[in-house]
Each structure stands twice: as structure tokens, then as C-alpha cells.
Design a protein around this ligand. Structure first.
Ligand code: K7E
Ligand code: CUA
Length: 634
């Protein structure tokens, strides 16, 4: 077969795999609870039920944070119950918490009303989740956000120059030195340059970036950018242990072709191998300190052509997706979507190859390590391998998109000349077409080895029908034994990509913003009594300092003239847990939710005359319904 035929055959296999899988799921129609309960032989089901049942009033053992894809949000659930607990809006407004309505969150969101959140990343200390911050990327607008795990709120959203479609993000180094960003879809460089797609190979470029995390307050700032060839930088991970100091990204389309109407799925699959890009961030830091960079669009950009030692390519089976570093940090695992194997690379061999300059070639100043010198093994896991997680007991779990299954396989060491099939020790079908998977504390240096969640792309009607727009499924799997056991089906908000599971006792969320607590510096416009409540007019600006408490607003009447600029600061003076108040002005699209002890500000123009009611939107007391007032516009 010539190259094109091989390619067609591979794609056909991929498609057949998909359909065979889809057909199989029609065999077992879902059953109503009653039917299943009477079926007999239910000991497996009963055990699964016991394993996932969290009695009323009891708490889950873990938090699951799963990305919401193009909903721009993060969802929080408990494990093992899989019950949804909270929604954290990040890149999209969310009326439920008033996010995107007050001045501060509106400014963070900027001109966008959505984002595409894929990969949550926890801050880490010594390779363990430390429960301080959660980061997440926006694949659409090239942004990165930081959420505080003290109050589960988005605190910062940054955009950096020259990055297009930030997908290989947000992967965090073992001591939270850096979180990654990367260009998935190469564009002309520098940012804002126009070049037609016919000039893709010569004028388009990729960028990978290291974003510094302030160790005290988590503030994100750009550390450096590295100019890389116009490939598509897909997924990433940060090294640890022997690979500490290195960052990894898979990339596809190393053909560097974008042919109009040419189908990227075909043109980007011509070569047998694509790459893992490996960046030595300490070398990048040194290059910045030595001034070996150019400032382009305000970003310090390192050019591998001029600065050796910052970046390397590792060849990998074509069209790779996931790259994952094992808990020990020694094994780097990359999966090519079109290959039925996953490849294990040895960090010790990688370091030796760099020292010996054992390179196959150089691409745009970036040396390509010799594949056979750095590869440890190719593991025949199955069709469509995407992502890999770990149990901390020497096993890895790889999601198989085409096969719709999870493969459990053994990490090295392997016997010389052994048949690698023996190291794939178990396979569990999932329903249906798994993307990412996540193990409890699975990205840390000590995974817990008990729970695994399969994040499936299709749910295929394993739930009450809700019309054509149906949820994805998330399946909880027990990985404590030799064989994986399916425990529970959960259904998720759209459209989860990655997730993280953290031990619940690692988080210490606050209950209220305590008055006088130095952790929550007083809002400059906070007021704590009716005496301080007031309305001041300066020219055509009306400023209101409002207090909310069970069950009234002070002041409860605001009089302005049409065209006035209106600034309202609302402080919820409650210091009792769960005593939230809302502040909504009807027909003015104003909807604040103020937590106990919190102050929020909204600025707007009174452009409609008339009388508008305002009221509390959060049920707060028996007299909640009476918590209202009037906004009069003359
Ligand atoms: Cu595989 Cu964006 Cu990590 Cu979706 S990505 S599955
Ligand atoms: Cu305050 Cu309802």
C-alpha cells in the first residue's frame, strides 16, 4: 500500500471502530429502577450501590472539578456520589451567582461572553495538590484563569500576546513555578499580522509560554514565550522528579500544511510521526536573565534558532493527543490517536540523548531526539488512545476513544524481549467514546489508586430522554482491585474535557467573608450600618452606598434623572453562613448576588425613565419577599 492508502485504511478502521462501538450500545436498553431491582443476581450492582452511596447528611470523600467546555464554566461534584455541588463560572456570565454583572467580574470577562474551558490544573507543593488555586484554559480566546479554592471564585483572567487557541494548558509544575499556555492553531506571527493561509508554512508560527505563579497570592504573569514551528500544539504536562524542570506538549500537523479545502484530518496525517515538544524551563529562565530574547508585542520571545538548549522534539506516533508524566516523573507517555499503541519514553534516556547530542535532525533550531534512543516501549493498549492516568501502584490507565474503553497497563520495568501484550492487564468498556479520564489525585506524585472517572463524549440515551441535546456521561470506576469495576453513571453539563479529583480534606473553603479578616481586605466601599448607608450626587453622577441584611435594603429608594451615571455599592453585612442576598433592578439587566460580608459594585447609565422595582433574588428569610425597593428615573 502506498502512503495515502495506508492513511485511508487507518481512517477507515477509526470510523468502523466508532460505528461498531455505537451499534453495541444499542444491545442493552436502559432499564427503569424498578425493573433493574427485581432482576435478581444483583450482588455486583448492590456492591456498586454501596460503594457510591453517600447517606443524607454525609459528605463525599473527594471533590471532582470538571471543565465545562464551551459553557466556559467549571462544575464541582462529590466523589463517590457524583452529585453536582457547585458551578464556578469562569469565562461566561452566570446569573446564578451574579457573575458577569458586577463591575469587577464584567471587567475580567472583557468583551467576551463565553470561553472554552478544557483543562483544570491545581497548584502544587512538592508535587502534591496543595488546595490553594485552580487554573483553567480558554481554548477559544487564548486565555488562562485562576480560581481561589478558598471561596471557589474566579480571581483573574489573563490574555497574553501571540498565543492563538490556548489548548495545551493549564498544566502546573510541582512547586507551582509555572503554568503552561500554548498555541493550538498556528497563526501569522507576531499577533495581528496578516498573511494568507497559502503562506501557512512560512508565515505562520506557534508559541508556547510559561506563566509565572506568584507564590503568595497566585497572581499570573507572563514569564517567557518560545517561538516554535507552525504545528498544532495540543496537550501538555509538566515534569516532576527526574523530569522536573521540563514541560511537554504533543503536536500534530508537523507537515506544516494548511491547504484550503484539503481537509486537515488528511493532510496532517501524512507523516508516520509527529512530536512531543519538550521545553527546559530553567534554560528558558536563563535565556531571559541573559537577555537572549526579543520583545515582541510586549512579550519576551525566545528564538530556538539563536538559543540552544531550550527546546527539543521527541518523535511520536502520528497525530498524538495526550502526553502524561507518570507519578515518579521518569516515564513520559504519549499517545498517537491513529496508532493502536501508546509510547513510553524514559526521562533518563532523554537526558542521556541530549548530553550525547543524539539527534535525528533539527527543525527550526530545535533538535529532534533519536526515537530509538529515548523510547522505552510501545504498549499495545488498543484503538484510539488519548489520555493516561495513574494509580500510584505501578499501573497506568489509558482512554481508548475508538474502542470506547479504558485500558489498564503496567508501567516499566519490562522483561527483555517480552511480548508487550502481557502488560495490558485489563480493559473495561465505557458508554460511550471516552475522551479524558481522571484518577483520584492522579496528576500528583502520589495518586490514591481508588477512583477513576471516565469522561465520555456520548451518553447514548443511558438516561431519561431530554430531546436531541443530551448530556455527556461520566462513569465512576473502582480501580482498587486487579480488575476495574464500573460503579456509577453520572451525567454532566456540557462539555467536559478534563477533570481533577482532590481529597476533600485538602480544601478549607471559607463560610463567610469575616469582617476584619486580613485575608479579605475591606472593600473600599463597604458599609456596615444603616447610618453609613447614603446616596451622593456629584454633577450627573449618583453614587449609592447600600446595605443589605435580613430583610431590607438601606436605602430602599433611589431617585435619579434620566441620563445619570449610577454607581451602586451593595454590602451584605450578614456574618452567618448561607445568608446571601441578591440585588436586582427590574428591566435594567442588573443582577448582583452578594455573599455574607461581601461588597459588590455595579455602574450603569439610567437610560430608561420610569419607576423600576428592585428586590432581593436570594431567598433569605421568612420576609425575603418584602426585601424590595424602588429605582425612580425622572
Ligand atoms: Cu482530549 Cu481539549 Cu484535553 Cu477534549 S481535549 S477530550
Ligand atoms: Cu435578602 Cu432575600
Amino acid at each position: 500500500m502506498n502512503k495515502r492508502n495506508i492513511l485511508r485504511a487507518t481512517l477507515a478502521l477509526f470510523v468502523i471502530g466508532l460505528f461498531v462501538g455505537l451499534a453495541a450500545c444499542g444491545k442493552k436498553p436502559p432499564q427503569r429502577r424498578g425493573a433493574r431491582a427485581g432482576a435478581g443476581g444483583t450482588s455486583d450492582l448492590a456492591n456498586a450501590a454501596l460503594a457510591t452511596y453517600v447517606a443524607p447528611g454525609d459528605l463525599d470523600e473527594y471533590y471532582l472539578f470538571y471543565s465545562g467546555g464551551h459553557s466556559g464554566q467549571i462544575f464541582v461534584a462529590g466523589v463517590p456520589s457524583m452529585r453536582h455541588i457547585a458551578t464556578i463560572p469562569v469565562f461566561s456570565p452566570y446569573p446564578g451567582t451574579g457573575y458577569g454583572f458586577d463591575d469587577e467580574s464584567k471587567e475580567m470577562l472583557g468583551e467576551y461572553t463565553w470561553g472554552d474551558s478544557h483543562h483544570p490544573g491545581f497548584s502544587e507543593t512538592n508535587g502534591e495538590y496543595d488546595g490553594r488555586w485552580l487554573f483553567i484554559n480558554d481554548n477559544a480566546q487564548g486565555r488562562l484563569a485562576r480560581i481561589s479554592l478558598r471561596d471557589f471564585k474566579t480571581k483573574q483572567i489573563i490574555t497574553i500576546p501571540n498565543i492563538s487557541a490556548n489548548h495545551g494548558s493549564s498544566f502546573v509544575t510541582p512547586n507551582s513555578e509555572y503554568v503552561t499556555m500554548a498555541t493550538r492553531m498556528s497563526v501569522p506571527f507576531p499577533e495581528g499580522t496578516y498573511a494568507d493561509v497559502t503562506e501557512y508554512a512560512s508565515e505562520y508560527q506557534g508559541i508556547v509560554a510559561g506563566i509565572k505563579i506568584d507564590p503568595d497570592d497566585g497572581n499570573l504573569t507572563l514569564g517567557w514565550e518560545i517561538l516554535v514551528p507552525p504545528f498544532n500544539y495540543d496537550l501538555g504536562d509538566a515534569g516532576k522528579g527526574p523530569s522536573d524542570g521540563f514541560l511537554f506538549w504533543t503536536c500534530y500537523n508537523s507537515e506544516r500544511e494548511f491547504i484550503e479545502g484539503g481537509k486537515l484530518e488528511v493532510t496532517a496525517s501524512q507523516k508516520d510521526k509527529d512530536y512531543i515538544l519538550m521545553v527546559d524551563y530553567r534554560e528558558a529562565d536563563k535565556a531571559i536573565a541573559a537577555g537572549s530574547f526579543k520583545t515582541i508585542k510586549g512579550a519576551p520571545v525566545i528564538f530556538p534558532q539563536e538559543t540552544a538548549g531550550v527546546a527539543y522534539f521527541i518523535p511520536l506516533a502520528k497525530s498524538p493527543h495526550g502526553v502524561d508524566v507518570s507519578p515518579s516523573g521518569r516515564w513520559i507517555i504519549g499517545s498517537g490517536k491513529l496508532s493502536p499503541t501508546t509510547t513510553v519514553f524514559d526521562m533518563e534516556k532523554i537526558k542521556a540523548a541530549i548530553a550525547a547530542k543524539d539527534f535525528e535532525e533539527t527543525i527550526d533550531g530545535i533538535p529532534v531526539l533519536t526515537y530509538n534512543s529515548v523510547r522505552e516501549a510501545e504498549i499495545p493498549v488498543g484503538l484510539g488512545p488519548l489520555h493516561t492516568q495513574f494509580d500510584g501502584k505501578g499501573y497506568a490507565y489509558t482512554s481508548l476513544f475508538v474502542e470506547s474503553a479504558v485500558a489498564k497497563w503496567k508501567l516499566p520495568p519490562y522483561d527483555d524481549g517480552a511480548d508487550m501484550n502481557q502488560y495490558v492487564v485489563d480493559k473495561l468498556p465505557v458508554a460511550y467514546n471516552i475522551g479524558h479520564l481522571v484518577a483520584a489525585e492522579g496528576d500528583s506524585m502520589s495518586p490514591d489508586g481508588n477512583y477513576l472517572v471516565a469522561l465520555n463524549k456520548l451518553s447514548k440515551g443511558r438516561h431519561l430522554s431530554v430531546g436531541p441535546s443530551i448530556p455527556e456521561s461520566a462513569q465512576l470506576i473502582d480501580i482498587t482491585g486487579d480488575k476495574m469495576k464500573l460503579l456509577y453513571d453520572a451525567f454532566t453539563e456540557p462539555e467536559p474535557h478534563y477533570a481533577l479529583i482532590i481529597k476533600a480534606d485538602k480544601l478549607d473553603p471559607i463560610e463567610v467573608y469575616k469582617k476584619g479578616d486580613p485575608e479579605w481586605p475591606q472593600h473600599p466601599n463597604a458599609i456596615w450600618s444603616t447610618e453609613e448607608a447614603r446616596i451622593e450626587r456629584k454633577g450627573k453622577t449618583v453614587e449609592v452606598w447600600m446595605m443589605a441584611v435580613r430583610s431590607f435594603f438601606a436605602p430602599d429608594v433611589i431617585r435619579v434623572n434620566r441620563g445619570d451615571k449610577v454607581i451602586v455599592h451593595v454590602t451584605n453585612i450578614e456574618q452567618t453562613r448561607d445568608e446571601l442576598h441578591g440585588f436586582a433592578i427590574n428591566e435594567y439587566n442588573i443582577n448582583l448576588v452578594i455573599d455574607p460580608g461581601e461588597t459588590k459594585t455595579v455602574t450603569f447609565t439610567a437610560d430608561k425613565s420610569g419607576v423600576f422595582a428592585f428586590y432581593c433574588t436570594n431567598f433569605c428569610s421568612a420576609l425575603h419577599q418584602e426585601m424590595q425597593g424602588y429605582f425612580l428615573v425622572k
